[in-house]
Design a protein around this ligand. Structure first.
Ligand code: RFL
Ligand code: PHB
Length: 395
């Protein structure tokens, strides 16, 4: 078998890349270990930056997003018994984010690839990449019927997430990794109840962080900070709602409870692997970098990487020019590091560090008061949240 671009992983990064390449006349094959149903149901992110929405719209992928996505012009920060609004539109000259679940982005992308006759193989096994420093890298995998395939490519892209195999195909001596863990995790629930808020609430509380997000006008998504090794079996639905009630409590406001449709625990880490390209192997999305979810950046970074990469690969494979491919890693890592800092900053400002003592919480509260009272500080949060675009500085 032969294709121009072999793509490992049918998450948002791999799927959008294959679509953007097809629009530019470049063919690709996407291989994925999980089933289509699993990929479409995996509960993850919920917030799209305006730049991500624009990319999906320009690629003709936003019909449902434009109907069902909920545009939000700000967030609430709750701390010290008060809830303060950060107005993104006012602070950033009209900037917004759109609440539209990653599950829906993935469904839209798979439907578009299937409708266009794009090659996606689900439930494959034993993925291997080789000859990545040659002009003909090879992708091997086994399809569900047991057939072993060998695909000769012009380039291979690892969109296989944090636990994928592509990153490790780059020799250890040729890459640098930065990693930081956090002494907490998120317990997330999907609840069959209308959200009790019009915009997301990020809540600092001595007992730990809580987040009220949503999936639609009828479905809520809520998170609680828990211990990193927390056992989900110890969190029956009543205990989850009691803890959410305690952390979000505010006079005159009510958190409405409803049936829990799904629950799970997510560990948190910051991770960057550089470079994002080695020979003809490129990495994109979570395969190259992970941020804690507090800044809502992971999905947006994945979509941004492949938007840059689609142009670079087109220039390389259809135009015979390597400048953009050579610039890919540095161009993406600049945005990745900004988001890595922002996510770390949001995370450490809002979570209670076990054993940290009262000094830390006073510093957090001071920072939260500053961010909600200084226009300069609020603008910094707002422009990072809606999607930071560097401007050319004089000199
Ligand atoms: P994915 O989505 O992990 O997809 C990788 C795919 O590769 C497959 N795979 C393989 N396929 C073939 N061969 C192999 N050897 C393979 N190994 C793995 C996997 O099965 C999978 O289908 O990576 P991608 O495409 O880079 O997308 C990244 C995003 O999924 C991720 O960054 C976000 O979900 C992070 N995130 C959030 N991001 C945001 O921008 N906004 C948010 O509000 C937000 N909230 C979140 C989040 C992530 C969370 N969790 C669960 C980690 C909230 C949570 C709780
Ligand atoms: C979500 O809706 O899942 C969500 C929203 C904002 C975050 C993280 C997750 O910062």
């Amino acid at each position: 078998m032969r294709t121009q671009v072999g793509i490992v992983g049918a998450g948002p990064a791999g799927l959008l890349l294959s679509h953007l390449l097809a629009l530019r006349g470049i063919d690709s094959v996407v291989v994925e270990t999980r089933s289509r149903a699993y990929c479409e149901a995996r509960q993850r992110a919920g917030v799209l930056e305006c730049g991500s929405v624009q990319v999906l719209r320009e690629a003709g992928l936003a019909a449902r997003l434009d109907r069902q996505g909920l545009e939000h012009g700000g967030i609430y920060l709750q701390f010290g018994g008060k809830r303060r609004h950060i107005d993104f539109r006012d602070l950033t000259g009209g900037g917004t984010v759109t609440v539209y679940a990653q599950t829906e982005v993935v469904k839209d992308l798979i439907a578009a690839r299937v409708a266009a006759g794009g090659a996606i193989e689900f439930e494959i096994g034993d993925t291997e990449v080789s000859a990545i420093t040659s002009d003909r890298p090879v992708l091997r995998y086994t399809s569900p019927d047991g057939t072993r395939h060998e695909v000769e490519c012009d380039a291979i892209v690892g969109c296989d997430g944090f636990h994928g195999i592509c990153r490790d195909a780059i020799p250890a001596g040729a890459r640098t990794v930065w990693e930081a863990g956090y002494p907490y995790a998120w317990l997330g629930i999907l609840a069959d109840v209308a959200p009790s808020t019009d915009e997301l609430i990020y809540c600092h509380h001595p007992a730990g962080f809580a987040l009220h997000s949503l999936r639609s006008p009828r479905v809520s998504r809520l998170y609680l900070q828990v211990a990193p090794d927390e056992d989900i079996a110890k969190w029956p639905d009543d205990r989850i709602w009691d803890e959410l009630q305690r952390r979000f409590a505010l006079p005159g406001w009510e958190l409405t409870e409803g049936p829990v449709l799904e629950k799970g625990i997510t560990p948190m880490r910051s991770f960057v692997s550089s470079p994002m390209r080695y020979g003809r192997l490129f990495l994109a999305g979570d395969a190259a970098h992970i941020v804690p979810p507090t800044g809502a950046k992971g999905l947006n970074l994945a979509l941004a990487d492949v938007t840059v990469l689609a142009g670079a690969l087109t220039s390389l494979l259809a135009g015979g020019r390597s400048e953009l491919a050579d610039a890919y890693s540095d161009a993406c890592l600049e945005r990745v590091w900004r988001a890595t800092h922002f996510s770390w900053w949001m995370t450490t400002m809002l979570h209670a560090t076990p054993g940290a003592g009262p000094m830390e919480s006073q510093l957090q509260l001071s920072q939260l008061r500053y961010v909600t009272s200084s226009r300069a500080a609020a603008t910094s949060l707002a422009e990072n949240y809606v999607g930071y675009r560097p401007v050319a500085m004089p000199g």
